[in-house]
Design a protein around this ligand. Structure first.
Ligand code: SF4
Ligand code: SF4
Length: 144
């Protein structure tokens, strides 16, 4: 009688342990799975604006200046010698608030929001990036 009671208690003890272990395992798997999906899903992340290029590698931009005029933080700067030529196009990363107004007002889809956020390697000297840097990244789908 005493022996069977002891065995019964031991069985209950190990059953309880097993249930707790299974529960913990489920929690860990769910946590790491959701974390992995969160890290991998960058499709909805809005990054810095970039300049699109034609097939020959030239900028699409025709220097109309609409995006410059609409940027609420004056993050964009354009130098043009006229006749649709872009001499210099700059973006101040520290001023850009990723509002995407520049993308919305551009009539020829020459500037788009990317998924690229400023990187830690953007040191003090490179807070302002030029047209070359802005068009370096391949685009990606247009963000709504
Ligand atoms: S995303 Fe907004 S703040 Fe940034 S450059 Fe475009 S208009 Fe300016
Ligand atoms: S609105 Fe478009 S075409 Fe006009 S300056 Fe800006 S990027 Fe260039």
């Amino acid at each position: 009688m005493i022996l069977s009671k002891k065995l019964y208690l031991k069985r209950g003890f190990f059953q309880g342990l097993w249930i707790s272990f299974r529960y913990l395992l489920t929690v860990f798997v769910t946590f790491f799975k959701s974390r992995k999906e969160f890290v991998a899903d960058t499709s909805r992340k809005v990054g810095l604006p970039i300049l699109t290029t034609k097939n020959d590698g030239d900028l699409q931009c025709n220097a109309c200046g609409l995006c410059i005029g609409h940027c609420p933080t004056n993050a964009l700067d354009l130098k043009s010698s006229g006749e649709d030529t872009v001499d210099d196009f700059k973006l101040d990363i520290l001023k850009c608030v990723l509002c995407s107004l520049c993308q919305d007002v551009c009539p020829i889809d020459a500037i788009r929001m990317s998924h690229d956020a400023p990187h830690a390697n953007h040191a003090e000297g490179s807070w302002i990036i030029d047209a070359k840097e802005m068009s370096k990244n391949k685009v990606i789908s247009r963000l709504a």
